[in-house]
Design a protein around this ligand. Structure first.
Ligand code: ADP
Ligand code: NI
Length: 217
């Protein structure tokens, strides 16, 4: 990496950090920090282009569809400000658009190794202990119940149905989190996912065990 491109990465870190600090719905700065770290690791393991992977990982949640309908506007403005070549900007914006999980019934459309690396990094951070913590933080932010045994999970046929869902947080495990392991792309991410997936399964069995406590003496 040239000095010039590492300078762009450092400036992008400062920019994204200033924009995302204090966010409480699961897209706080520390989510970006972890995804960036995972993406660098995966990019090196998979021999992907590190510069565009780092920029897409850092900018991937700046314009989130749940909070912002206008597309990747802020990411685009920032990349222009950094004087990045138009061709590279188009690649990065396309990676950002491909990264988000859109429901069980929507197939993933990633067209480059770099897009697959960033998507895998983002998904790994939705799994495991951190994924569990993020799901309940999101549920709290949206005033959702932890669990309600009367409301069963749904397999959403498309992105619209997934966006509209408002069930309890345990359902989110069946609607997204437990599906992630089999939808990762890179071999290195699949290895990291094993432990995180098992931990979520253990969490759920302990959760139901405590829920079903009968107190018989
Ligand atoms: P990401 O940043 O991984 O693309 P999202 O933008 O879809 O993820 O969501 C941010 C975080 O909130 C993730 O950890 C995700 O699993 C969680 N989340 C999203 N929707 C729900 C939901 N309906 N219930 C609980 N957690 C959710
Ligand atoms: Ni994300």
């Amino acid at each position: 990496m040239s000095i010039y491109s590492s300078e762009i990465i450092l400036r992008t870190i400062d920019f994204v950090r200033s924009k995302s600090e204090g966010e409480s719905s699961g897209h706080d700065w520390w989510h970006i920090y972890r995804v960036h770290k995972l993406a660098v690791y995966l990019a090196k393991k998979e021999n992907a282009d590190l510069f565009i992977v780092e920029l897409a990982a850092l900018l991937h949640d700046l314009d989130d569809w749940k909070f912002n309908e206008s597309g990747s506007q802020q990411a685009l403005e920032w990349l222009n400000k950094c004087n990045i070549q138009e061709e590279t900007i188009i690649k990065i914006l396309s990676m950002i658009e491909q990264v988000s999980f859109k429901g069980a019934g929507e197939s993933d459309k990633t067209d480059t190794l770099e897009a697959r690396v960033v998507q895998d990094a983002d998904r790994l951070d939705a799994m495991g202990a951190i994924g569990i913590a993020r799901a309940f933080a999101y549920g709290g932010f949206k005033n959702r119940e932890l669990f309600n045994p009367d409301i069963k999970p749904e397999i959403h046929e498309n992105f619209e149905a997934y966006k509209k869902s408002c069930g309890h947080t345990i359902n989110h495990f069946y609607e997204k989190l437990l599906l992630l392991k089999d939808n990762l792309h890179t071999a290195s991410a699949k290895i990291l996912a094993e432990e995180r997936h098992l931990f979520m399964e253990e969490f759920l069995s302990q959760f139901y065990k405590e829920w079903d406590f009968t107190g018989k003496i």
